[in-house]
Structures are given as structure tokens and as C-alpha cells.
Design a protein around this ligand. Structure first.
Ligand SMILES: N[C@@H](Cc1ccccc1)C(=O)O
Length: 458
């Protein structure tokens, strides 16, 4: 590069300018683009001034290169027809298929050929003996960079035989800061410059206030965090408020018993739930004792139209501490859900539809399911257009009277509730089909850096 720059400056100095950078590039046997790169850099430091020269020429297409060698298709077709004529069906055996199609059409237009259908099968017959290959001559003229007439150019362009080519070269003159060598401006003021006083005449590089800083490496949000924020925003806009979910240790009572989940339910086995060793229990003394009594009754022998489970309910089991297995343990304390007189399954479906539509996943399906604390219950499925499949994104239902009535809620009050996955909707929204690509030690960090804040086209 430095070599090209030196040659440019020398030539501009010796010949008092360069009339055309294109010719200069060929004279030093260098690619014009390389020369242009140097010119732009010299222009930026005002060492040369630059005037654009616009160029235009017609160039042959690949198809035309072939015709230039072998003759135009119309002439190739004409030459393939013997004096006695040729059955139409035999033409493609004599010339390549594409040449046959184009050439036949052109030769018919020129009235060099005609069709004879008198003997049944169509026969191509000649109307002229020999022709000049005007098309090939035109292509030859273009190849030799000769001037061609406007109508000829238009016709050849329409036949996709020639295409316009435009490019620029530059006329170069000395600029206001011309010198035979580029003085490298200093980027730093050194102790030496100060000591010797050379700072007075030294040229300094100017600050580039438009330079972009380096992209910071941190500060990228994981898609799950973004979608979680979206969940929170949508539910807040729909009028919900958040319940505190920072109590990860819960008593079995709120996690299971209050939800009418029997004490011998498999989910309560030690290998399905983490129970705490220390502190191993939470006293239930602070829970209203009449409520506790009603929960015991409904488990043991039912009530409110239920037959109950018919076993002997133990307070000691309900006191066992565990790592909360679902946030429904919190909802059952807070009633952080929708609770009203006369609610129906339609209300539940409506709320979920509204939520998922606002999230950008309007295609939902509901499938009957079972939870000990809800009846009816529905699994929620969302359709991923990108992955072309239905994915379960949540579980929902209407709380059972066996859960609500012991709490003292009137008979006509129903509660609709749901638990949603965060990972599955995120996978759908980001087109991720393997959860390990989203979560866990196999996650590719560049995925997190690249994922968009605004997802378009989903
Ligand atoms: N607790 C259920 C979700 C749910 C909440 C409320 C009603 C129905 C289902 C779960 O963890 O999957």
C-alpha cells in the first residue's frame, strides 16, 4: 500500500497531476480498487484533490459470449435447415435446445423461415439462402468497445445480450497539503517533544469525535429475562399485582394440604419433593384453627358435596417443611389469581387468551388435565409457527370447593388459576427447539449477545 501511495504522489508531482486513475492503475500493474483506497486516504488528508470521471460501456452477457463464438441463435438455426426443409421435431437434434427455441423465434420474425403444414407434421422451410449475422457483428463491436447505435443497443439489451456497466475513475491534482511523503501526525504529546520544544511545529492527529467506541462485552440480557419482564408487564397491564415469591421454604400445609392434595399423594414422597432437615417443621398454630379443622375434615370425610379421601389426616405431615414445589403454594395463601362470583371456564380461557395474544402467541389450544386442587383442569398449548408444532406452555384450572370452602369462601365464589412456563414461550418466541440451547451449561453465550430485544416477524 505504502508503495502505491508513494507512486501516486511521485506521479502527481512529476506530471503535475494524474489525468485518469484507471490508466495510472494499469500503468503500475495494480488493481484499480487498491489505488482508489489510497486516493481516498490522500484526499482525506487534503494531500490530493480529486475530480470524478464517469464511465459507461456495454458489456456482453454470458449468453452473448457464446453467440459471439458460435454465431447468433437465429443464424445457427437457419444454417441447420437443409434446402429440402426439416421436420420441426428434428430441430433440437441439430442445435442445442435453448438455441433452437430462441433462434427459431428470431428467424421466423426475420422472415428467414416459414412453416409448412401441408404434409401433416410441421416442416421448417428456408425462405432465404444466406444471411449476414448482424447480431454476431453487433456483439463483436461491443466486445471491441466500438460505438453502437441506440436502437441496436436497446434491442440487444432487451434480448439480454448486453448489459450496461458504469464505473468511476478519478482525475488527481495536488491538494492544499500536497507533499511527496505523508507526514505522520503524532497521536501523543511526549516528554521528549516538551523537552526539545518540537511540539511547537509537530503536527498532531485530530480527535475523531465520530469514531464509535468499542462494543461493551457485558450487559446482555438473557432471553428468559426479557420474556419474564414481558410476562410481568402484561399481567400488570391486565390489572394483576405481584405476590411475594421469595419464600422458597414452605410448609407442606400450604404447598399440598390446603390444595386438597392427599397426604399419601406420590408427589409428597421424599424422592419427589425436597423436605428440610433443619428446621424440619413449621408450627400450624398461627393458622386459624377452625380453618385447619375444616381442611382436616374435607380430606378425611369430605363435605361441600365431596366424598373426601377417607384417610386419617395427620397434622404432623402438614407441618413438614419443604422446598416449595410450585407457586400455587403462594397463591393458596394470597389468592393471587382471579376470584369472583359466577366465574366460568370461559373466563379462564379468556384471560389466558388475552395474555398470550399480548405476548405474541395468539394460537392456543386447551387440553383436559388433572390436578388434585382444580376441577376442571386444562393444559395450555401454544403453536410455534417456526417449529411447526404445539408446545405445552402451562397448566390451569378452577379451584375445587374442597380447597376454597374450608377457607370460608361462599359457595358461589369460584377461582380461576394457572401456572405458566417461562422457558417454553421463550423457545417459541426465539425459535429455539432445544431447551439446552436456552438454559444450562451448554448455552452458547453469543446467542445471548445476539438475541434481539424486539422480535420482529413472529
Ligand atoms: N400448580 C400447577 C399450575 C396450576 C396453578 C393453578 C391451577 C392449576 C394449575 C403447576 O405447578 O403446574
Amino acid at each position: 500500500m505504502a508503495k502505491v501511495e508513494g507512486l501516486l504522489l511521485k506521479a502527481i508531482h512529476e506530471r503535475n497531476g494524474i489525468p485518469d486513475s484507471g490508466e495510472f492503475a494499469s500503468s503500475i500493474n495494480e488493481n484499480h480498487n487498491v489505488v482508489v483506497g489510497q486516493i481516498k486516504s490522500l484526499q482525506a488528508s487534503e494531500m490530493v484533490s480529486v475530480t470524478d470521471i464517469d464511465h459507461f460501456r456495454w458489456a456482453l452477457t454470458d449468453e452473448a459470449q457464446n453467440y459471439l463464438r458460435n454465431g447468433s441463435p437465429e443464424v445457427q438455426v437457419l444454417n441447420a435447415i437443409p434446402a429440402e426443409g426439416l421436420p420441426m421435431a428434428d430441430l433440437k437434434a441439430k442445435v442445442p435446445a435453448d438455441v433452437a427455441d430462441i433462434g427459431f423465434k428470431q428467424a421466423m420474425q426475420q422472415k428467414w423461415l416459414s412453416m409448412d403444414k401441408s404434409s401433416g407434421a410441421p416442416q421448417i422451410v428456408r425462405k432465404v439462402d444466406a444471411v449476414e449475422d448482424k447480431t454476431q457483428q453487433l456483439l463483436q463491436a461491443v466486445a471491441e468497445d466500438k460505438e453502437i447505435s441506440k436502437p441496436d443497443a436497446e434491442a440487444a439489451k432487451k434480448r439480454k445480450l448486453i448489459k450496461p456497466e458504469q464505473w468511476k475513475t478519478y482525475k488527481l491534482d495536488k491538494g492544499p497539503k500536497f507533499a511527496l511523503e505523508r507526514k505522520k501526525p503524532a497521536t501523543e504529546l511526549t516528554q521528549e517533544m516538551l523537552a526539545k520544544g518540537t511540539w511547537r511545529t509537530q503536527e498532531f492527529k485530530e480527535y475523531n469525535f465520530n469514531a464509535l467506541g468499542q462494543l461493551p462485552q457485558g450487559g446482555h440480557l438473557h432471553p428468559l429475562m426479557k420474556v419474564r419482564t414481558q410476562f410481568r408487564k402484561i399481567f400488570t397491564q391486565m390489572g394483576f399485582s405481584e405476590m411475594p415469591t421469595n419464600n422458597y421454604v414452605e410448609s407442606s400445609f400450604w404447598n399440598f394440604d390446603a390444595l386438597f392434595q392427599p397426604q399419601q399423594h406420590p408427589a409428597r414422597d421424599a424422592h419427589d419433593t425436597f423436605f428440610l432437615i433443619k428446621p424440619s417443621i413449621t408450627s400450624l398454630d398461627r393458622i386459624p384453627q377452625d380453618y385447619l379443622q375444616r381442611v382436616r375434615d374435607v380430606h378425611q370425610h369430605g363435605g361441600y358435596g365431596s366424598a373426601g379421601y377417607g384417610y386419617s389426616w395427620k397434622k404432623a405431615d402438614a407441618e413438614k417443611n419443604l422446598l416449595r414445589t410450585h407457586t400455587t403454594a403462594v397463591s393458596s395463601r394470597m389468592v393471587g389469581l382471579v376470584c369472583d362470583r359466577g366465574l366460568t371456564l370461559g373466563d379462564l380461557i379468556g384471560v389466558l387468551h388475552e395474555f398470550f395474544t399480548r405476548l405474541g402467541l395468539p394460537k392456543l389450544r386447551f387440553k383436559p388435565a388433572y390436578n388434585p386442587y382444580t376441577e376442571p383442569s386444562m393444559e395450555i398449548f401454544s403453536y410455534s409457527e417456526q417449529l411447526r408444532k404445539w408446545m405445552e406452555v402451562g397448566n390451569s384450572g378452577m379451584f375445587r370447593p374442597e380447597m376454597l370452602r374450608p377457607m370460608g369462601l361462599p359457595e358461589d365464589v369460584s377461582v380461576i388459576a394457572w401456572g405458566l412456563s417461562l422457558e417454553r414461550p421463550t423457545m417459541i418466541l426465539y425459535g429455539i427447539d432445544n431447551i439446552r440451547d436456552l438454559f444450562g451449561h451448554k448455552v452458547n453465550l453469543s446467542m445471548i449477545k445476539r438475541n434481539p430485544i424486539c422480535r420482529l416477524g413472529l
